[in-house]
Design a protein around this ligand. Sequence first.
Ligand code: FES
Ligand code: FES
Length: 178
Amino acid sequence: MSEQRKISLTVNGTRHEKTVPVRLTLADFLRHELRLTGTHLGCEHGVCGACTVLFDGYSARSCLMLAVQADGHDILTVEGISPDGKTLHPLQQAFHDNHGLQCGFCTPGILTTLIELLRDNPDPTEEDIRVGISGNLCRCTGYHNIVVAALDAAKRMSDVGGRRSKTHTDIRSPTSDL
Ligand code: FES
Ligand code: FES
């Protein structure tokens, strides 16, 4: 029987305490233990970006991390992007309005990646966006409308005052105090 360990972490603003196998990945923990299936698994070896979450504010491949490594940490998944769990975040609305997705498989990872990018660079260029999402593979869109949506989101987020429309957990920049 595999070794188990008790972990305590915050996911989308909610504290969870669970006992998990030490070899369970963070992605499987989110999907199977917490039923947060918005975090997708494509390659399961760090290439496609579909499993991207924010880990203490930094984007991270949840397929490459163990759940026990998240003990004591703060995780944001795509389910936590909405400011209140009902209203679309401006980034999500921009993706909807600009057809920034087709099948949607890559979308959760791209959204979490862009949440970090737009937080740290509220006025990105097209190149900034393309470089920023270069670790996220999309088999459908050709990326064009994703880039259009991201640029539109940046504008919307600056227009609503506050550039940083808060997410569920209001994860701030890890370097904001530096
Ligand atoms: S499933 Fe994690 S990077 Fe592809
Ligand atoms: S929309 Fe289908 S993989 Fe990106």
